[in-house]
Design a protein. Structure first.
Lengths: 301, 475
């Protein structure tokens, strides 16, 4: 029984309009562009970020958080760039911008904090996996992980009745959320997220990774390496954090072990990555707290 | 496109199209407006083309740059991995880094179980203190975890005050293999922190990775060398131990060997004391004493530690005889008959007699072991094919099992049962010893015929024969 109230076309158009309303902030877009060019200097990136003092202060606070754990204080943006790296800075700017863009209040059906936590774990996990895979352009993996479930948020914010419908279907039927979606709707959160990413003009491989993160084999692009990484990082995140989150999966570990071997590396086991990602995820709370609090870090300005 | 009309008052076809009727002032205004719009569009078109062109140029430049980078890295892996020497690797690596970063000084530091040393030279250097302080602060551990290089101003270092005449920035890149930190590379540069780009850091990182691989190889190679040497040493020790064990085995028999002539000597001395003509008795005493002397000499030469340098001229037939004398009594006690068929014109060889004696003894003992009571031990020597000295030991005893033969000939082959090899340790070692001097061993056995062991020792070459050694005659 699919909900007929919203046709695919209506939904798609609304997502496009939404994208126009909430464009990716100018600075984030600019930093993504700049870091894409390997010749960009630290000074250039620093200058662009410095135009928003609040953003700059939050970045410095994050750079000094336990997540990065650099032994010295990082007091300037330039130092942050050459110590944490250009990619890390871009990821920070993206995280702050996207989270600001979708401020939601917690409610019975949706826990924003948990949602972002999962997004960050998958982003960081994917980045970690990419280091072991030797994925050459590790740059976009974090952003892809951060955004992979963004469709949930779009659905929750823009189509709350649909979201609730699917939520209760999942709850009463005892099925994962994404299966309830398939039962109820003609599209999934993955499609919603992909439409938004398209409207934001994000690179094709990011759109692909968001659209097929549950079914990487359906990916139409040759660069599905990214899609597979996000899929695996997502599954590992579920495997170490069962009971929470919107989904649960069967025979997770066996399938994962197989996928890790073919996609990432034969020399490391699932337990190895689970432990690594668990270690990272423990450091994430502090990071997330700074991310979601909008007040500038006065002590650092 | 918008060429002016030749005749005043007449307009180009395009404009005529825009204004079919004779122009009045309004029309002219709107015409002008159109002009402006069109020019604007054209300008935009030109700007776009220019941008395209510069984009294409940039793309071309980028590709050329990438190609350069690619070649640098390829060269790095080629050059660096050629060497198995820390100093050379560090030298080549730093040379390549100069193409990527303009630095005043660079050093490669290797961490070996928490102790740090420079790969290129061991002289003290201001960097040593930098490395120490960064290690204490945990910065190095951090870089290993993050797996990328960082740029830190000298002024940010805790020990910056101690580093006089030191300004600018330090670049630190991690040497890592499989999550394990091997060391770091440290560069001192005057390039400003703000001027670093992703490309600079990534390229340095890639080059450092190549160096890490080379350093890892070198470490493994050196380990392998040490292990190999250790193995050789312990093998030599094992040989010596087995030799001593053989001597121990012999001891019982030797006591008997010596006791026999001793009893005869004592008896003859008694006789000599009471008889007027002692000549016959003394004759026998002398013979028997000589027999003891031979045995003792044989024993001594056998127990002597083998030194590969100690070379002598050896006649194989007398050597077999004197070795046989050591255990002749034991063999005859078991009623084993001995048959000798010594070949003629067997060339003298250069070698270590104690080494060869040990081999011969081992085969003789083996033959004895197979025959508990009665039987025939045949020893044959032959000069074979102008190339080999062939020695055959045949016995009529219990035939060696196929597995035993296999274990003796290929003791280290996978699947070779260790128990079989350990039961015939003397045989295993002897086979190894023959192979070590370039010889070959064959073992044949059958339930009817007993065992036949054929050893072939290569004739000494002309160069070996002129080799003069102080110990050229047996001691």
């Amino acid at each position: 029984m699919k909900s007929s109230k919203y046709s695919l076309k209506v939904i798609r158009n609304r997502v496009r309009n939404l994208a126009q309303l909430s464009t990716l902030p100018h600075i984030a877009a600019r930093v993504v562009d700049l870091v894409d060019n390997p010749k960009t200097s630290a000074a250039t990136v620093g200058r662009v970020i410095s135009t928003d003092q609040v953003l700059a202060a939050r970045i410095l606070k994050l750079a000094n958080s336990a997540y990065y754990g650099f032994p010295r204080e990082i007091s300037t943006l330039n130092l942050a760039i050459v110590v944490l790296g250009f990619n890390a800075l871009r990821d920070l700017v993206m995280s702050i911008s996207v989270i600001d863009q979708f401020t939601v209040d917690d409610e019975g059906t949706f826990e924003a904090n948990q949602f972002w936590r999962h997004a960050l774990v998958v982003g960081m996990g994917a980045r970690l996996l990419s280091r072991y895979k030797g994925y050459s352009v590790a740059g976009e993996v974090f952003v892809a992980g951060l955004l992979h479930d963004i469709g949930y948020l779009v659905m929750y914010q823009q189509f709350p009745e649909l979201f609730r419908e699917v939520y209760y279907q999942a709850k009463t039927g005892g099925v994962p959320f994404y299966q309830a979606e398939q039962q109820k709707l003609e599209f999934t959160h993955a499609d919603l997220g992909a439409w938004l990413a398209e409207a934001w003009n994000l690179p094709d491989k990011l759109v692909d990774a968001i659209r097929y993160h549950h079914h990487p084999d359906n990916s139409e692009h040759s660069h599905s390496g990214l899609t597979q990484l996000i899929h695996i990082a997502n599954m590992i995140s579920y495997s170490i954090d069962e009971g929470s989150g919107l989904n649960h999966f069967e025979n997770l570990e066996e399938t994962l072990d197989e996928q890790l071997k073919t996609v990432v590396s034969r020399s490391y086991s699932l337990e190895f990555f689970q432990k690594k990602i668990l270690d990272e995820s423990e450091k994430i709370d502090d990071f997330l707290h700074i991310l979601t609090s909008k007040k500038p870090a006065t002590e650092l300005v | 496109m918008f060429s002016r009309s030749k005749n005043q008052g007449e307009l180009s076809p395009e404009i005529q199209e825009l204004s079919p009727r004779p122009p009045d002032s309004n029309k002219i205004e709107s015409m002008l407006e159109n002009y402006v719009v069109l020019t604007g569009k054209l300008k935009a078109e030109i700007a776009k083309l220019k941008e395209d062109l510069s984009h294409q140029k940039k793309l071309h430049g980028d590709i050329a740059d990438s190609l350069d980078e690619f070649l640098t890295i390829q060269k790095a892996s080629e050059i660096i991995t050629q060497y198995l020497d820390y100093e050379k690797i560090a030298g080549e690596f730093l040379g390549l880094c100069h193409q990527v970063l303009d630095f005043d000084e660079g050093r490669v530091y290797i961490c070996d179980q928490n102790s740090w040393r420079a790969a290129d030279d061991s002289r003290r250097h201001a960097f040593d203190r930098v490395v120490q302080s960064m290690q204490e602060e945990g910065i190095i551990e951090w870089i290993w975890q993050q797996k990328h290089g960082i740029v830190i101003p000298v002024s940010e270092l805790i020990i910056s005050e101690q580093l006089e005449n030191f300004h600018g920035n330090l670049v630190i890149t991690p040497l890592i293999i499989n999550d394990k930190g091997l060391g770091i590379c440290l560069f001192h540069t005057h390039k400003e922190q703000a001027n670093f780009s992703l490309r600079d850091l990534e390229l340095l990182n890639l080059l450092t990775q190549q160096a890490a691989i080379a350093i890892q190889y070198t470490g493994l190679y050196k380990d392998l060398e040490t292990t190999h040497l250790d193995l050789k040493n312990s093998q030599a020790q094992l040989m010596q131990a087995i030799k001593l064990a053989t001597v121990g085995d012999l001891a019982g028999g030797i006591a008997h060997e010596i006791n026999n002539p001793l009893q005869i000597i004592l008896g003859k001395i008694q006789i000599a004391r009471f008889s007027k003509n002692a000549d016959d008795a003394l004759q026998i005493v002398e013979t028997q004493a000589m027999r003891i002397a031979t045995i003792v000499r044989g024993l001594l030469s056998l127990a002597r530690n083998r030194s590969t340098e100690a070379k002598e001229f050896i006649e194989i037939n007398p050597l077999i005889n004197s070795t046989l004398n050591l255990i002749r009594g034991q063999i005859e006690k078991r009623a084993i008959k001995i048959e000798m068929e010594m070949g003629e014109k067997i060339p003298i060889i250069v070698g270590n007699s104690s080494y060869l004696q040990q081999i011969i003894l081992s085969f003789l003992l083996n033959a004895k072991k197979t025959m508990t009571s009665g039987g025939l031990l045949k020893i044959r020597t032959e000069y074979w094919n102008d190339k080999w000295i062939k020695i055959e030991f045949s016995d009529t005893g219990v035939a060696l099992k196929d597995a035993e033969i296999e274990a003796a000939l290929h003791p280290f082959a996978p699947g070779s049962p260790p128990s079989e090899a350990s039961q015939n340790l003397g045989l295993v070692v002897s086979v190894e010893m023959i192979r070590e001097i370039g010889g070959e061993v064959e073992i044949e056995s059958g339930p009817e015929s007993g065992n036949r062991i054929i050893i072939k020792i290569p004739k000494s070459t002309r160069e070996e024969m002129v080799y003069e050694h102080p110990l050229k005659t047996p001691a």
